[in-house]
Ligand binder design. Structure first.
Ligand code: UDP
Ligand code: LCN
Length: 807
């Protein structure tokens, strides 16, 4: 990039750069973001004779394309460029148009100065730098491999087993000796005392197994294996045990990454799992569509079912059913005494369709009962989490009759609690962000002090740094959740360096190239959401009840709007009325397009109809805005707005009823981290039009199994939908083709079976990695803990004091 800028400054384009900078200065803004920079550049180029070259192929256009931010100082200008994914550089362009690279530290100082928070004479601000801790661990080189951590780690580990065999082979042997279930020793007993003996015994066991037919059950040869030093856990049949031991034999003699992954994935080491999601309204009914409870609850409940099933299958396959092992999964959340119409006041709740999975609710301590007896917004719960973790630990140990084998955190609060519990109990820790708040709110870190009262980002971002660095591994739903796209910064990437003026400077917040990142997208509950054409699985009375609710029922308590012509193609969407979900944007796009109104009805399921029923300021303003749009564009007779919260089963059938009508699903969010409704709609067979900002960009392949829309460009959005509709008119099978391909996309890439299989295999490989790389992690964990004690806790205490005085 430095060379590119130099080229510009040396050549003909210097003039253009100078003029462009003058134009930017006229905007009288000190901080410009990418969109504004691109728009201004477009405006500038349009006025030039050589528009085409300047805008599309000049060096200046390249520089502008990579520029994320411009900060205008009185005498200089700073360019923050992102020449490739996960890489950031900053340059200062001086008045005389010379250029110099500036360090991250200088950039953060400059940003502080911009908001009048730079006072070096009063001392330095705290610097947080995690980089030194990652210097010792292996890192991925190519950005396109970010998020494929385990594949990288397996290669690394297998090469270590190969090169440095003595130490690593001993570590593998010692790791295998560790595994027990309650009092029962698994895999290897005391007859095998050294790595060399293991190698010999494996070979002898393989000869022994060769004598048995492949399908001979484990119990028929278990004593002979035991005499050789092998306990249960290798397989349920002679064939399976043989396969597993052959893998081990190969690992000892000529290690290879695929064999390592397959072998470690077979080791029975996960029987009890803890999932953490503290902030509440975590239940099985009547919780969806409340503030903060959406996809995360759906995700976890489905994941639990998948995990239990997968562990049960693994136990069978590894021959452990002889030990009567009963796996257990617990979702830890907070108990809310005033639980309104939910079950959130119950301590234990069995999870439907599972044998032994439970929601365990532990109350927050009663610092101020007026607050802790009730639901608390996720932005306010920080002071209660440490004591929650302490109280929960005891209950968990009782419930699980021991430590969990894996802890999975969810969202910033759950990830922090997972970190605290994993540290206390010494258990492998995984985190799942779902949606990191930092990139959702513009300038959330730079202006954190102004936002602190409402959002407490100083706590949330510190918690995020603690959890993401402390975790053994991180599960993300998409690649761009980690490092964005060519054009946009990723959610984790935004933690790489940032300033929290007057609090700290983050010089290196997370190593994006670390193998701890793994992309494991969620699935969709196939019992609830399935293709509309699978008539035999559908309940006819539900179908007609929901058909009536969607298109004709007149009941002002539930529905607003009566359709003049219910037979038009339904354009359907379902989401909470958050600003970012942008249902109002969809209504506006519909309102602006007469042609869309002629061809379709708009059907929205949006939880509420009346602003009086809400206490959430965003929701209230969205409700008011939706009424205003309906009036402004006179959408009466063309729209139905359902103010209902559907049960899970009903929500499945609703998509199918829309499918019966050859309808389409639109997801118009301004940003969507992943978007479970997109999977639900697609598996139901609805052609789906989803935002290009966020996860949908990876779920859908544009024009193959769905369509991208830009929710900020209403004209283009309407055109894309209308183009699809006219194609359907020309070719009556077109709707079916897209419908079919949407279903296939989900079945082949987004199932809970794929997800849980992967998650368990990751948990095992990272446990192994954790076991052999402990010493290096301890330093990192100590540093992380000091952030918790020195930054997080005092701020949490301040917030608690505020709560104590609240009535
Ligand atoms: N949902 C629902 N009823 C509603 C609104 C949403 O059942 O009234 C469900 C929806 O089916 C999906 C989840 O809530 O499973 C929303 O998840 P998504 O990932 O789309 O968005 P989030 O709300 O997590 O941002
Ligand atoms: C949170 C979100 O905002 C959604 O985009 C995800 O689909 C959901 O969590 C589940 O991960």
């Amino acid at each position: 990039m430095f060379d590119l800028i130099q080229e510009i400054l040396k050549g003909d384009e210097k003039n253009n750069l100078e003029q462009f900078v003058n134009l930017l200065r006229q905007l009288e803004k000190k901080y410009l973001l990418r969109n504004e920079i691109l728009n201004s550049f477009h405006d500038y180029c349009q006025k030039q004779e050589n528009y085409d070259h300047l805008y599309h192929s000049s060096d200046l256009s390249k520089l502008v394309y990579f520029t994320q931010e411009i900060i205008l100082d009185t005498e200089s200008l700073c360019l923050v460029v992102r020449p490739q994914i996960a890489t950031q550089q900053a340059y200062r362009l001086l008045e005389d148009f010379t250029v110099e690279a500036i360090s991250i530290q200088e950039l953060l100082n400059l940003r502080d100065r911009l908001v009048n928070r730079y006072h070096p004479q009063e001392g330095e601000v705290l610097k947080i730098d995690f980089q030194p801790f990652y210097d010792y661990s292996p890192v991925i080189r190519d950005p396109k491999n970010i998020g494929k951590g385990v594949a990288f780690l397996n290669r690394y580990l297998s090469s270590k087993l190969f090169d440095d065999s003595r130490q690593w082979q001993d570590a593998l042997f010692n790791f295998l000796r560790l595994h027990r279930y309650n009092d029962a020793q698994l895999l290897i007993n005391e007859r095998i005392q050294t790595q060399q003996q293991l190698s010999n015994c494996v070979k002898r066991a393989l000869i022994l197994l060769g004598k048995y037919p492949a399908d001979t059950a484990y119990k028929n040869f278990c004593t002979e294996l035991q005499n050789l030093g092998f306990e249960p856990g290798w397989g349920n049949t002679a064939h399976r045990v043989q396969e597993t031991l052959e893998m081990l034999d190969q690992l000892i003699d000529s290690p290879d990454h695929q064999v390592l992954e397959d072998f470690i994935s077979r080791i029975p080491m996960i029987f009890r799992i803890l999932l953490v999601s503290p902030h509440g309204w975590f239940g099985q009914e009547g919780v969806l569509g409340r503030p903060d409870t959406g996809g995360q609850v759906v995700y976890i409940l489905d994941q639990v079912k998948g995990l239990e099933k997968q562990i049960q299958d693994n136990i069978k396959l590894s021959g452990l059913d002889v030990l009567n092992i009963e796996p257990k999964v617990i979702v830890l959340t907070r108990l809310i005494p005033n639980s309104e119409d939910t079950t959130c006041h119950q301590r234990l709740e069995k999870i439907y369709d599972t044998d032994n999975a439970w929601i365990l609710r532990v109350p927050f301590r009663e610092y101020n009962p007026q607050i802790t007896q009730n639901w608390i917004s996720r932005f306010e719960i920080w002071p209660y989490l440490e004591t929650f973790a302490i109280d929960a630990e005891q209950e968990l140990l009782e419930q699980l009759q021991g430590k969990p084998d894996l802890i999975v955190g969810n969202y910033s609060d759950g990830n922090l609690v997972a970190f605290l519990l994993a540290r206390r109990m010494n258990v492998t820790q995984c985190i799942i962000a779902h949606a990191l708040e930092k990139s959702k709110y513009l300038f959330s870190n730079l202006y954190w002090q102004d936002l602190e009262d409402k959002y407490h980002f100083s706590l949330q971002f510190t918690a995020d740094l603690i959890a993401m660095n402390g975790a053994n591994f991180i599960v993300s739903s998409t690649y761009q959740e980690i490092v964005g796209t060519q054009d946009s910064v990723g959610q984790y990437e935004s933690y790489q360096s940032f300033t929290m003026p007057d609090l700290y400077h983050v010089l290196s917040g997370i190593e994006l190239f670390s193998p701890k990142f793994n992309i494991v997208p969620p699935g969709v509950n196939e019992d609830v959401y399935f293709p509309y054409s699978r008539i035999e699985g559908r309940n006819l009375s539900d179908r007609s009840r929901l058909e009536n609710l969607l298109f004709t029922l007149e009941d002002a308590t539930q529905v607003f709007g009566k359709l003049a012509d219910p037979s038009k193609r339904p354009l359907f969407s379902m989401a909470r009325l958050d600003r970012i979900k942008n249902l109002t944007g969809l209504a506006e796009c519909f309102g602006k397009s007469k042609e869309l109104q002629e061809r379709c009805n708009l059907i929205l399921i949006a939880g509420k109809l009346k602003s009086e029923d809400s206490t959430d300021h965003e929701e209230i303003s969205e409700i008011e805005k939706l009424y205003q749009i309906i009036d402004q564009y006179d959408l009466h007779g063309k729209i139905r707005w359902l103010g209902v919260r559907l049960s899970k089963d009903d929500s499945g059938e609703v998509y199918r009823v829309i499918g019966d009508h050859q309808g389409i699903f639109v997801q118009p969010a301004l940003f969507e981290a992943f978007g479970l409704t997109i999977l639900e709609a697609m598996i139901s067979g609805l052609p789906t039009f989803a935002t290009r900002f966020g996860g949908p960009l990876e779920i859908i392949q544009d024009q193959i199994n769905g369509f991208y829309i830009n929710p900020t460009d209403h004209t283009e959005m309407a055109e894309i939908i209308l183009k699809f509709i006219s194609k359907c008119d020309q070719n009556p099978n077109y709707w079916n083709e897209i419908s079919q391909r949407s279903q296939e996309r989900v079945y082949s890439n987004y199932t809970w079976k794929i997800h849980t299989n992967r998650l368990l295999s990751l948990a095992k490989i990272y446990s192994f990695w954790n076991y052999i790389s402990k010493e290096q992690r301890e330093e990192l964990l100590r540093y992380t803990e000091s952030l918790f004690h020195l930054i997080y806790k005092p701020r949490a205490k301040m917030l608690l004091e505020k709560h104590m005085h609240r009535h």
